[in-house]
Design a protein around this ligand. Sequence first.
Ligand code: PLP
Length: 453
Amino acid sequence: MLNSLRSRDMAYHFHSQTNPRRQEADGPLMISRGEGCYVLDELGNRYLEGMGGLWCASLGFENDRLAELAAAQMKKLATYHTFNHRSNDPCADVVEQIAELSPIPGSRVFLVNSGSEANDTMVKLAWYYNIARGKPSKRKIISRKGAFHGSTVMGAALGGLPHMHESFNLPSLNVVYAGKPHFYKNALPDETEEAYCNRLIDDLETLIASEGADTIAAMIAEPIMGAGGVVSPPADYFPRVREVLTRNDILLLSDEVVCGFGRSGNWFGCETFGFVPDMMSIAKGLSSGYMPIAAAVIGDHVYQAIADEADRIGVFGHGFTYSGHPVTAAVAAEVLRIYREMDIPARARELGGHLFGKLEATIADHPMVGEIRGAGFLAGIELVADRSTRTPFDPALKVGALVERRCRAHSVMIRNMGDVISVCPPFVMTKSQVGELVDGIAAALDDASAELG
Ligand code: PLP
């Protein structure tokens, strides 16, 4: 018997990132509860969640310690704001911990509620910083084709995915796009990774020269592109990007919404790929997705210029009602304590070693698998029609979506972005659950192969 709430959802809920007509016809998969790394639907079907929901639930889907702490904080101070010189205890706790973990020297933490807001904030800060330095013409932001940076107006404008732009009639926000550093797909025949990286850097230099460095405020990039297809850059890409940007007086903004908090095997993705950004955005893993909290983390050199400018005006005119909300901050602060107790980067490396070993052993030779890539405890599997020529499937076949459905039939949740399957599991998975996840994917690939004929 279907829960009648499902039909109410069908009647009233306009879903995020969903086809509304299909939603009206087919209805949602109602997730009713969480048990460790599993979620259960309304019929009691249990799925091993290989994506941590939306790249978030690093501690799985239930945690008594966090539930009790949230309840206690609700009783002590259920809500307050941080405008106009106000703060609260959990807020001070969480910003200190973030600053301690951050690789950016002299980090200051601006709290917001979502990854999109964190990226919007970084862009506004980059503009403000340049006004403060008397460089108002530095307004353009370099993003990259295929990138995902959120769904607010600026987040979507930063994104390099066509469906985030099409039909929205977004205003022109001075975003220009560099190439996606995707060696497997974009390298020329016989091009080495080193030569490919040289070409990417030459293209970036050309873009900056043609736009004019004096018109560019910042470049935003995810260390590993998540929703863009779990794309790890060539070795040396980021240190060289950093050098080009510094030379041109352009800020580097690291979007750590997916990569932050251990995912790539270090606390932050920028550490894994050898660069120090001027600012970084954090969200998702910051609270294990348990509460909507995010932040822009800002280097001291940027902060000082902005603080002087805001002092001249009298106020820094940015921030949200729920910035530093005491309950969300309390949960995030406790999540960070749990990560530190677990040594989450080491756990990512250990579980990731197991995940990649198992993927290699189980599906690397599958005729549909072109490449297995990623870092830490984050993996992408590129599906192709022909492995020897790297020929993609006809997009009309929607092969990735087929594999995703077949995974669910085998009680495993993954995500497909086109024909890339992504895996971003909770860090509380056991090795045997990692095995269960990979076995489910392997069975789904076999089903899909049989179905495609
Ligand atoms: N940046 C990246 C890399 C993301 O993956 C996402 C969300 O998936 C965002 C930003 C936007 O975060 P939010 O949905 O919390 O606004």
